[in-house]
Design a protein around this ligand. Structure first.
Ligand code: 5GP
Ligand code: MN
Length: 344
């Protein structure tokens, strides 16, 4: 049996089934700056639950990249940044809240308090290490490549496979594809391909969806990414590390839109000598750190040790409430203390 094969806890499955045995008001909540996995898993489960007579609302703290607009239900998602009061009352009124693709309440930022205070039955579905916060049922499997894959396996384990249709399959595929970089890393779980095979049977146009997500950007986005790689990347050979920055200036030059630098942090890893890639993205109130590594170097340990962040072994992140320049200096100091070694 593969190390990623999971027997889902039957007691938890039964408790969830019991809870959902009559129509409920359900919220599917994804993390701040939702990515393909947060979006795909929340939309897929929302659709499957709606088909069973529940009322569902999908909620994200901040907007999702427009390249995911084509997914069914995406345009109805509530963005708390624009509709804060409504988002808070939805959490308060909910019977059940699914916390999807995040492991701690602070990952929903301004919704942290309303989430904690809500009396709803809470179910976490996630694949980040060290789940925290009080939930009633926790389906947390860090060995799994994507929350979308766990969601798929749970749907099957709950006997809900008849509620998977082509639209749901597209959502599930999206998170499996994006969280594995198109099945290029974190992608050796045979279960991924078992699921993929079933999704293909449901008629998803896999290559077309991949294109919609990864090849549908504006010229400005392509130029912004090329500009940042050419002008704002510093390579530290001794540490096998590259740092890329993006400040307000560059955003202005290329009409930056949410999601325009999605994936950029992966690019330096194409160089043999770069094993740790850092992208610093200045926001209005903080600087976002994106981290990617290849091989043994633990990006998530770097994020949590120095910046109170987290993530996976090869993909992690953090937010620091300081301007870009200050964060750059902090990051460089941290890299001097912890970086890939010559033999890694
Ligand atoms: P990205 O660089 O794509 O934003 O994030 C990569 C991974 O790191 C994701 O799995 C995400 O969950 C995690 N991550 C990103 N930012 C943060 C953060 O601020 N805190 C924590 N705990 N994890 C983060
Ligand atoms: Mn994920």
């Amino acid at each position: 049996m593969s190390k990623t094969t999971i027997t889902y806890n039957q007691i938890d499955l039964n408790r969830l089934k019991d809870k959902l045995s009559s129509p409920k008001k359900i919220v599917l909540l994804g993390h701040v700056s939702p990515d393909g996995d947060a979006i795909g898993s929340t939309l897929a489960l929302s659709s499957v639950l709606r088909k069973q007579g529940h009322t569902t609302k999908v909620l994200y703290p901040t907007p999702y990249p427009p390249s995911f607009d084509f997914l069914e239900g995406a345009s109805e998602a509530i963005i708390a940044k624009d509709r804060h009061d409504e988002a808070c009352s939805i959490l308060e009124d909910a019977d059940v809240i699914f916390l999807m693709d995040f492991n701690e309440p602070k990952r929903v930022e301004q919704l942290e308090r309303p989430l904690i205070d809500s009396k709803a039955f809470k179910v976490m579905i996630d694949h980040h290490l060290h789940p925290t916060g009080i939930v009633d049922i926790c389906f947390s499997y860090p060995q799994k490549a994507a929350t979308c894959l766990i969601t798929y396996e749970l749907i099957m384990a709950l006997g809900w496979e008849d509620f998977i249709d082509k639209k749901v399959a597209e959502c599930i595929y999206t998170g499996m594809m994006t969280d594995t970089g198109g099945f290029n890393y974190n992608s050796e779980d045979p279960g991924l391909y078992t699921a993929l095979s079933v999704l293909l049977e449901h008629g998803i146009e896999k290559d077309a969806i991949t294109s919609l997500i990864t090849r549908s950007f504006s010229i400005d986005k392509v130029k912004l990414n090329a500009y940042l790689l050419a002008n704002n990347l510093t390579f530290y050979p001794k540490f096998h590390t590259a740092i890329i920055t993006m400040g307000k200036k560059e955003k202005g030059m290329f009409d930056y839109q949410v999601g325009d630098t999605e994936g950029l942090v992966n690019e330096p890893l194409a160089a043999k000598d770069i094993r740790f890639s850092i992208f610093l993205h200045e926001q209005v109130k903080y600087t976002k750190i994106s981290l990617r590594s290849k091989g043994k170097f633990p990006a998530n340990e770097f994020a949590s040790k120095f910046f109170n962040g987290g993530g996976h072994h090869n993909a992690a992140g953090a937010e620091v409430f300081a301007p870009l320049k200050t964060v750059y200096d902090m990051v460089l100091e941290a890299v001097k203390l912890m970086h890939p070694e010559d033999d890694e």
